[in-house]
Design a protein around this ligand. Structure first.
Ligand SMILES: *[C@@H]1O[C@H](CO)[C@@H](O)[C@H](O)[C@H]1NC(C)=O
Ligand SMILES: *[C@@H]1O[C@H](CO)[C@@H](O)[C@H](O)[C@H]1NC(C)=O
Ligand SMILES: [Fe+2]
Length: 439
């Protein structure tokens, strides 16, 4: 296998590189790749990660080199005491000369909220534990995009881990394997200490595509096999877009690399999903996607524009509170925006593609700064969205250069549901909960 590792870069440069070569901006020097080796027995779980799947259920995913290992998770509330167990499914895939290990996905539950569960995968190997999200406010999301697997990634993950949170949301570009499949395994091992402890909910970026003309025309082989998200549960037919609810928040994961035009399945699914939101149950609606619709960095200018034109009005009419994207390796916060203008009823747009991948930072910005852009900085870091109650949430950005407790940018938000002037366009079933308007 190590010999074949060298074949992938050649294929990659020959066929896929031209797509990126068009980028003409200068990035801050990247830091070296961290390859995380496999150092457990063949039958033991590796790359363990968990994700939310329906109310009170969690999906446990892991890989074993050995094929005979059962797709079973034993779990309970005390270390070493597993009162319950569940059996799920497994898959595997090939990509050129690479064959994946056995990839297990097991849904466990029902689980109690805000509870630590101890679990073991496939009947042997180390014990892991995770904590389920709370049943009531507050809930804290971590946002980190374009992670990759470099020393910067490691720093970002350490900062994320230094303070408690409930659910991690990733707006695309996970491993930067870029067709070198062993790097997907390495990424899984790098993030396991974090992703096995808190649910990680992801959507795809351009680096997940791994499309190869004629041979893998649809792409997303590794991504869909390794990181299945609860798309069926949300009425979607594709792992590339889905939604889920957690504590007063409806989270919509869109696919920047799936069709999004008015005739597309994604467009129809989104219209349907937005129509079904019950704002009395989930007053907050947040959307994640990869290629930003608003971006004043010189990197990736215009790449999200056709998707914005197709879908922005739907999000606006549904009074989506926030839209997070990645792709641009920097941080930027916009005011509430609709159709390129500040609009108190539009979503707040945030670019959080500064997780720490091998390509480095996107340093150059459009000058002068557009008035709708309120804060922009090319530094590695992560964001936190703390939803306090039905009306108030706090957003903050934490820079890797600071200690983990320093907030480099922060703002309070009021939900659009609680805003009188924005309310009329919303569903009739909504009632006013507050008389105040803000931002
Ligand atoms: C990455 O972080 C882990 C955990 O903090 C640490 O043990 C490891 O040495 C770090 N690796 C690198 C290459 O910085
Ligand atoms: C919601 O949270 C904010 C910020 O903590 C607080 O000021 C406000 O009073 C809370 N509202 C309710 C109804 O509890
Ligand atoms: Fe990207």
């Amino acid at each position: 296998m190590p010999k074949l590792l060298f074949l992938f870069p050649i294929l990659f440069f020959l066929f896929l590189r031209p797509h990126h070569a068009a980028e003409d901006f200068v990035r801050q020097p990247a830091r070296p790749l961290v390859f995380t080796p496999h150092n457990r027995p063949q039958s033991h779980p590796q790359q363990v990660h968990v994700s939310l799947v329906g109310d009170n259920y969690m999906k446990v995913s892991w890989v074993t080199d050995e094929n005979g290992v059962p797709s079973t998770v034993e779990y309970g509330k005390l270390p070493g005491k597993y009162e319950s167990s569940a059996t799920g499914e497994h898959t595997s895939y090939r990509y050129f000369f690479y064959s994946s290990g056995k990839i297990h996905h097991v849904t466990i539950g029902p689980l109690d909220p805000a509870t630590t569960y101890y679990y073991r995968c496939g009947g042997s190997g180390p014990e892991f534990n995770f904590r389920t999200p709370p049943a009531t406010y507050p809930i804290e999301f971590v946002l980190a995009g374009d992670l990759g697997q470099t020393e910067w990634t490691n720093t970002t993950l350490e900062h994320i881990n230094a303070r408690n949170y409930d659910v991690l949301l990733l707006p695309g570009d996970l491993s930067y394997a870029d067709t070198q499949q062993p790097l997907w395994d390495s990424f899984g091992r790098l993030v396991e200490p974090y992703a096995s402890r808190r649910p990680w909910m992801v959507t795809q970026g351009n680096h997940e595509q791994e499309i190869f003309p004629m041979i893998y025309p649809k792409g997303f082989k590794a991504y869909n096999s390794r990181w299945p998200m609860p798309y069926k549960e949300s009425g979607s037919e594709s792992n590339l877009y889905y939604s889920f609810d957690v504590v007063g928040t409806h989270v919509i994961m869109l696919g920047s690399y799936a069709d999004f035009g008015p005739d597309s399945d994604q467009y129809k699914w989104l219209a349907n999903d937005l129509a079904k939101i019950d704002r009395s149950r989930t007053p907050w609606v947040v959307v994640l996607l990869h290629a930003p619709w608003y971006n004043s960095n010189l990197a990736h200018q215009g790449e999200g524009e056709s998707m914005r034109l197709a879908m922005e009005e739907m999000l606006y009419n549904s009074r989506v509170d926030m839209v997070f994207s990645g792709h641009v390796h920097a941080y930027e916060r916009f005011t509430r925006v609709y159709d390129n203008n500040a609009d108190p009823c539009g979503p707040m747009y945030i670019t959080i593609g500064d997780g720490g991948n091998r390509e480095g930072l996107a340093m150059l910005y459009k000058e002068p700064k557009p008035v709708i852009s309120l804060f922009r900085e090319a530094s590695f870091g992560h964001g936190r969205l703390r939803i306090m109650n039905d009306t108030h949430a706090h957003w903050s950005w934490n820079r890797n250069d600071d200690s983990s407790n320093v907030v480099a940018d922060g703002i309070w938000l009021e939900s659009l549901r609680s805003s009188c002037s924005c309310a009329p366009k919303m569903e009739q079933k909504m009632e006013h909960t507050s008389g105040k308007d803000e931002l």
